[in-house]
Design a protein around this ligand. Structure first.
Ligand SMILES: Nc1ncnc2c1ncn2[C@@H]1O[C@H](COP(=O)(O)OP(=O)(O)OP(=O)(O)O)[C@@H](O)[C@H]1O
Length: 310
């Protein structure tokens, strides 16, 4: 069993400088709160530009948090060798993670040099072979090849094998299946499911609702940097309450069914005269209304409406 880490985001905001000479600013992530427990997959879903990758990058220490707190087992992110031994990211484009003139096995040598310099050659070779087999690849087929001689799915799986050679506790998987064909995609998802079984926490960032629901026990739906709905995946998708979540679901084409344009994102519990009760279950969450246990929803008119104070 792996030793997982508890991820906690509490009103996390990220503001980037933008515009000529950095004079303007973009709030990419706006007071986002959620948790991911060890052994839990949380899927982060939302349209392009909704702030998903920015959240992944903050967890990995690749960009700073502007306000709020982001912790792993109560500790703030401290990028460095000890941190990256336990927290890793795998990204959408596997090709960009490899040096084109180095064979694929070179990424494993770099891991050894940085994290396991004392391990002997034979033992290291065994560990690499096991990690590569764990991602359902044949070491003899892939390790001696250059990146251009491997498929996107093979490169993606090698990156996961690389992460397995560390003492991994938390993985940020950012659109890792979007370049893969359907069968390889299921292989990679099953790999993530295996990691979850072993106690690892995973943040699974995706545009694809079906893939998110396949793996995740919890779902966070983001729109324009804010959480509009979150909670138990079965509840969020079985009973979507926010018009934006309904829009996302309506956008999934179904065989032999005409596509109905989704309703505009206009109304919600807050705009139908059902404000979050001041002393009720929603009050504790500060900006989301708890409609049933582990199912939270926000105002439909965020960020323009201020009816859901943070
Ligand atoms: N380094 C940066 N400087 C300025 N603005 C940025 C920077 N990175 C991201 N942004 C902006 O922050 C917002 C959120 O971007 P982010 O990449 O987190 O969204 P996303 O949901 O991951 O999108 P996609 O699904 O297209 O990858 C966007 O408006 C984007 O333009």
């Amino acid at each position: 069993m792996l030793e997982g880490l508890m991820l906690t985001l509490d009103h996390v905001t990220k503001t980037y400088r933008a515009g000529a000479f950095g004079g303007g600013s973009v709030t990419a992530v706006d007071r986002v709160s959620f948790t991911a427990a060890p052994g839990e997959v949380v899927s982060l879903i939302g349209e392009s530009g909704s702030g998903k990758s920015t959240i992944g990058r903050m967890i990995l220490g690749l960009t700073g948090v502007s306000s709020g707190t982001l912790t792993l087992d109560g500790q703030r992110v401290r990028p460095g060798k000890d941190f990256y031994r336990r927290v890793q990211g795998v990204f959408q484009d596997p090709f960009s993670c490899y040096n084109p003139v180095f064979r694929a096995d070179r990424v494993f040598d770099l891991v050894r040099r940085a994290y396991h310099p004392g391990v002997r050659d034979a033992e290291w070779a065994d560990r690499v072979e096991k990690a590569v087999r764990d991602v359902r690849l044949d070491p003899a087929q892939v390790l001696g090849r250059y990146p251009h001689q491997l498929s996107g799915g093979q490169l993606q799986r090698l990156l996961i094998a690389r992460a397995l050679l560390l003492d991994l506790s938390f993985l940020v998987a950012d659109e890792i299946t979007s370049m893969l064909d359907a069968s390889t995609r299921i292989d990679v998802l099953n790999l993530l499911a295996g990691l979850k079984e072993r106690g690892l926490g995973v943040l699974y960032i995706t545009h694809d609702l079906a893939l998110g629901t396949y793996l995740a026990e919890k779902t966070v739906v983001l729109r324009r940097g804010r959480v509009v709905e979150r909670g138990d995946t079965q509840k969020v998708f079985g009973n979507p309450l926010h018009p934006y979540t309904r829009t996302l679901l309506a956008a999934v084409p179904r065989l032999n069914q005409p596509w109905d344009p989704p309703e505009p994102v206009r109304s919600c519990a807050f705009h139908e005269g059902r404000d979050a009760p001041s002393g009720g279950p929603g009050a504790a969450t500060t900006d989301l209304y708890e409609t049933e246990p582990d199912h939270f929803v926000a105002c439909a008119q965020l960020p323009d409406c201020e009816r859901t104070p943070a």
